[in-house]
Design a binder for this molecule. Structure first.
Ligand code: DC
Length: 252
């Protein structure tokens, strides 16, 4: 018999509304800490993209639930950041269009979809236990016992400005007022839905990124992680490096 002596798991959750720089921050923080990175918004976006591609109304709850039940979502962890594949096909930048952004809130409000995504995220964490995971419900619902839970926030106007800039880089021209209206509406839907609403998890560290640049946000988060759970982080890395040495017992 063999018994695994300890766990290598080390999870940092980062939640918060759109436009706080969450994805970039989570990805860079993961690199700095030697952890993997999970973008859970991409999973909801992939579901919304599939609905649109198959001509399903994103607000048609039962049909979207059925679609997600039959869909195979998989990350290619050899890529950095991991590439998301739906039924074996990479979604790439197709999940970042304005059309998908407009459709995704309805999909993310679907209770069956959320249940499937929460299950999938926990399965991913079982296979990739050293993780920075970002979304809306990671610290509140999916991993309430995570080693460190962070909530990123920023004023809506600042978030709108950042989003316009991101879109401009991609060659998409919009106005700040249009994006601000979208952000306010998306926040409203995300915060008021019954399942997994966007909340500040109790006990989470709240970091407002309105007037801090991205490098300083990452420094601040690294400081929080090391202060709150530095020892567990080191032990988790040792456990990973020891590999089989952590399996004790014999095969008698
Ligand atoms: O972070 P993002 O913009 O890529 O998220 C896309 C949508 O998915 C957004 O409307 C919020 C929703 N979402 C969610 O409900 N729960 C998560 N864990 C991640 C994203």
């Amino acid at each position: 018999m063999s018994v695994v002596a300890a766990t290598a798991a080390f999870i940092v959750t980062i939640d918060g509304p759109a436009g706080t720089g969450k994805s970039t921050v989570a990805h860079r923080l993961a690199k700095r800490l030697g952890l993997e990175f999970l973008d859970t918004g991409a999973m909801y976006r992939a579901a919304a993209l599939s609905a649109l591609e198959q001509g399903i109304d994103p607000a048609d709850g039962p049909r979207v639930a059925e679609l997600v039940r039959d869909m195979e979502l998989r990350f290619d962890w050899t890529r950095d950041p991991p590439d998301l594949l739906v039924d074996g096909r990479s979604v790439g930048e197709r999940i970042r269009t304005q059309e998908v952004t407009r459709a995704v809130s309805a999909v993310a409000s679907n209770a069956s979809v959320r249940a499937a995504m929460v299950d999938a995220q926990r399965t991913i964490a079982a296979l990739h236990p050293r993780l920075v995971t970002e979304g809306r419900d990671q610290g509140s619902v999916v991993f309430p016992d995570a080693d460190v839970r962070i909530y990123l926030d920023a004023h809506p106007e600042v978030r709108a400005r950042r989003r316009v800039e991101q879109l401009r880089v991609k060659g998409i021209e919009t106005t700040e007022s249009e994006v601000l209206a979208q952000i306010i509406e998306r926040d409203r839907i995300d915060s008021t839905r019954r399942d997994g609403p966007l909340v500040r998890p109790t006990g989470a560290d709240i970091v407002d990124t309105s007037s801090i640049d991205i490098d300083d946000v990452i420094d601040r988060l690294e400081e929080i992680v090391r202060k709150r759970a530095g020892r567990a982080l080191v032990e988790s890395a040792q456990h990973r490096d020891d590999g089989d040495a952590c399996v004790v017992g014999d095969d008698a």
